[in-house]
Design a binder for this molecule. Structure first.
Ligand code: 3UK
Length: 509
């Protein structure tokens, strides 16, 4: 890919203003239930908010701005306003509580905040404990103090700050599958790089595409898939505040979506509506965030006729770096490095291991590598390669196969067992709704495999069921991988991005 950027680069100029300047201002840019904004509409909102940030709130380039809202058009306008004013966007998951917000405000040294009035309660609680947070405005608020009232007083034009290509513009917080979140820093050129790598070579969207999906814009999977990538090509982005499977299905229907971004669990639920989706204009379906079970890929293909596009991304790398398109999907494989990126599987000393060997995934590309003042930088970044914390295997053809998070490799009686593989086997049993597998300490075997299982309604939580599930796993994968311990639970701990938090199931947690 062509990734030479000029010294001065503002991603808002490239992704938003350029369309208006080149005569595409009246194309549909953002849609939401009851809302349709053209590119010119989004630009005007972002311009007015940028003025509010600078004139009313005293924002200087480089200041960090907390953004807080469910996925909606005003959140998109605020995000671009921050870019235009040369600020740094710190977007947060809507469900965060004051305690988690405080950690982000402190680590990120946030001075300004724009928040949806619907999320005011926890925001105000957190703000009270943060003297460093100088300015806070709420939107979707009618009163004279609200952001909309301030916007109305501002001019509709704004001269974007001429940021450097490597000025930080995003602080992305990791979702915390292993504990305390880390802040990753991304530059204006990183935003353009992710638009010009994976989408260009794998997704290949067009201006008439309509993007929809579930990940929050605060999760870089959502920011890229639901805002940056559609805008890069002048397409339409549909933003849904709530996008569980039923509402996502409704959105796909109502807006005629052609591209969807969501997680494997959501595809499993949507597959029940395959017949309808087959008749719809939907043509590209992207899965990321968690390993895609081969059974889910097969189910989706069977139900809709569409080959899922899997891709592994990370907050550290901003977006997807290993993936495949419809022409080179291999069951069980995440794919190959996205053009622009390199990936390898290494041992504990950082040496590349031969094909077919399980090791640690290391990646390198135009994005990645920078944590904000985090002592863990040394552990996660070596010689310019990001260690993602995943155990992977590369085959002789260069396809990468996900095994587990490094912490989720279980070693029992000398056998290497990947927790997700056992989960995938269990999930194929009709009585199982959800499950999580961990290794627990065992005197004889070092560790044993333990499964936490959520059964479907009406299934008996008894010894006979334990035996049934154990036998089922033994018949599905190598018998030594079966869960020697099984515990039935009502629900599993998950992050707000929907990821399983296996560490919370450990006896010591
Ligand atoms: C796991 C996957 C197997 C993997 C993300 C797309 O998930 C994203 O970022 P996070 O920082 O988590 C990163 C970790 O999640 N993972 C993600 N995708 C896959 N595992 N197969 C996959 N397809 O453990 C990785 O290290 O929350 C995903 C785009 C942007 C993102 N930030």
């Amino acid at each position: 890919p062509e990734l030479q950027f000029p010294e001065r680069l503002n991603c808002a100029t490239e992704l938003l203003d350029r369309h208006v300047a080149e005569g595409r201002g009246d194309r549909t840019c953002i849609r939401a239930p009851g809302v349709t904004w053209t590119y010119a509409d989004l630009q005007e909102r972002a311009n007015r908010i940028a003025h509010v940030l600078v004139r009313d709130m005293g924002l200087a380039p480089g200041n960090r701005v907390l953004l807080r809202a469910p996925n909606n058009p005003m959140l998109a306008a605020c995000w671009f306003a921050v870019m235009k004013a040369g600020g740094v966007a710190v977007a947060t998951m809507p469900l965060l509580r004051a305690k988690e917000l405080n950690a982000i405000l402190e680590i990120g040294q946030v001075t300004h905040a724009l928040c949806d009035a619907a999320l005011a309660e926890e925001m105000n609680l957190a703000a009270r404990q943060q003297p460093g947070l100088r300015q806070l405005r709420f939107f979707h608020e009618d009163g004279p103090e609200g952001l909309e009232a301030a916007m109305a007083r501002m001019p509709a034009d704004f001269r974007n700050v001429e940021t450097a290509a490597d000025d930080t513009c995003i602080l992305g917080f990791t979702s915390g599958t292993t504990g305390v979140p880390k802040a990753t820093m991304h530059f204006h050129r990183d935003v353009m790089a992710i638009c010009d790598c994976w989408p260009k070579y794998v997704l290949r969207p067009a201006a008439d595409d309509v993007f929809i999906g579930s990940p929050p814009l605060a999760f870089t999977f959502g920011l890229g898939g639901l805002l940056l990538f559609p805008l890069r090509v002048g397409a339409t982005a549909v933003l849904l505040e709530k996008a569980g499977p039923p509402l996502l299905l409704e959105g796909i229907r109502e807006f005629g979506a052609t591209v969807v971004f969501t997680a494997p669990t959501s595809y499993r639920a949507l597959a029940a509506h395959g017949a309808e989706l087959r008749q719809s204009p939907l043509r590209k379906c992207v899965s990321a965030g968690e390993a895609l079970p081969a059974a889910t890929r097969a189910l989706w293909k069977e139900a809709t006729g569409i080959e899922l596009i899997d891709g592994i991304g990370a907050t550290e790398m901003l977006h997807i770096f290993i993936s495949h398109d419809e022409s080179n999907a291999r069951p069980g494989a995440t794919g190959k490095p996205v053009p622009g990126y390199r990936a390898k599987v290494v041992d504990d000393e950082g040496r590349e291991v031969p094909p077919g060997t399980i090791g640690k995934l290391a990646v390198q590309g135009p994005t990645g590598c920078r944590y904000l003042a985090d002592p863990r930088q040394k552990a996660y970044v070596r010689d310019g390669w990001n260690l993602t914390g995943d155990a992977y295997l590369m085959d002789a053809d260069g396809y990468f196969f996900y095994q587990a998070r490094t912490d989720d490799m279980i070693i029992s009686s000398g056998y290497n067992i990947a927790a997700p593989e056992v989960e995938e086997a269990l999930m194929q049993h009709p009585a199982v709704a959800e499950c999580a597998v961990i290794g627990v300490p065992d005197e004889q075997r070092g560790q044993i495999v333990k499964a936490f299982v959520v059964l479907r309604p009406g299934q008996a939580r008894d010894e006979a069921m334990v035996k049934t599930l154990q036998d089922f796993v033994k018949a599905t994968v190598a018998p030594y991988k079966y869960p020697r311990a099984v515990e039935f639970v009502d629900a599993l701990p998950r992050t707000q991005t929907g990821k399983l938090q296996r560490f919370k199931l450990h006896p010591s947690a």
